[in-house]
Design a protein around this ligand. Structure first.
Ligand code: AMP
Length: 219
């Protein structure tokens, strides 16, 4: 089992890059944000607890995050190559992930792609972002419209603005990134795993850059 990480501020394009890399490699996309949104849709007590953090732009507690990731990996019996998106988000999560991969699967994170993007671009991207409610495909009100307004090109379900993509929540999420996630850059740099990618280009160009780097290092 191989494992890579996509790291970056909200709106850096992690989900779009992941979808592209997934189409061209054996890495499977594991997004903790997507998993939590699925749990919230079920409307269970756990879903309501998760929503109480996500709706205000705060991080879900580390133990709950590790729990969903662990369960997901167990479901696949550790046989797939994983591309984590939006996880880890704290140094504690990174340490727990290192421990889990080594203990259960005898492996380690290969590479971490840090998608770098200025804050003002982030706000512009996220306030216009539309997400498919069923498959998670990502669109933009101006730069990447759906063929039929409000309908996902890929699966036909409704697309809408995520509840946490409002200006106020975006600011909260950016602050959370600075305070709780930014330290991971140094964490992975120290372990010689970090690869910086300029995320200001088109989603296709950014995804292509990640893919090329991945192929270069994987041979
Ligand atoms: P994302 O789709 O990755 O932007 O995640 C949406 C929201 O889910 C975040 O703002 C957090 O509230 C929560 N979340 C996703 N992944 C994590 C994580 N690894 N740790 C804590 N909270 C997370």
């Amino acid at each position: 089992m191989k494992a890579i990480v996509l790291l970056g501020v909200p709106g850096a394009g992690k989900g779009t890059v992941a979808a592209f890399v997934e189409r061209h490699t054996a890495y499977r996309h594991i997004s903790t944000g997507d998993m939590f949104r699925e749990v919230m849709r079920e409307g269970s007590p756990l879903g309501r607890k998760v929503a109480s953090y996500i709706d205000v732009g705060q991080l879900v507690p580390d133990d709950m995050v590790l729990n969903v990731v662990h369960r997901r990996l167990q479901r696949e019996s550790g046989k797939m190559d994983c591309m984590f998106d939006g996880f880890p988000r704290t140094e504690c999560q990174a340490e727990l992930l290192d421990e889990l991969l080594s203990r259960e699967y005898g492996t380690a994170i290969e590479q971490v792609f840090y998608l770098e993007l200025d804050e003002d671009l982030v706000v512009r991207r996220l306030t216009g972002r539309l997400t498919c409610e069923a498959c998670g495909a990502v669109y933009h009100r101006e730069h990447k419209k759906t063929l039929v307004e409000g309908v996902c090109d890929q699966c036909g379900a409704a697309v809408s603005q995520r509840d946490d993509d409002t200006r106020e929540t975006i600011q909260a999420r950016l602050k959370v990134f600075d305070k709780q996630t930014h330290g991971l850059i140094a964490y992975y740099e120290a372990r010689k795993k970090l690869c910086r990618v300029d995320a200001s280009g088109t989603p296709e160009a950014v995804a292509q850059a990640v893919l090329e780097e991945l192929k270069r290092t994987n041979g």
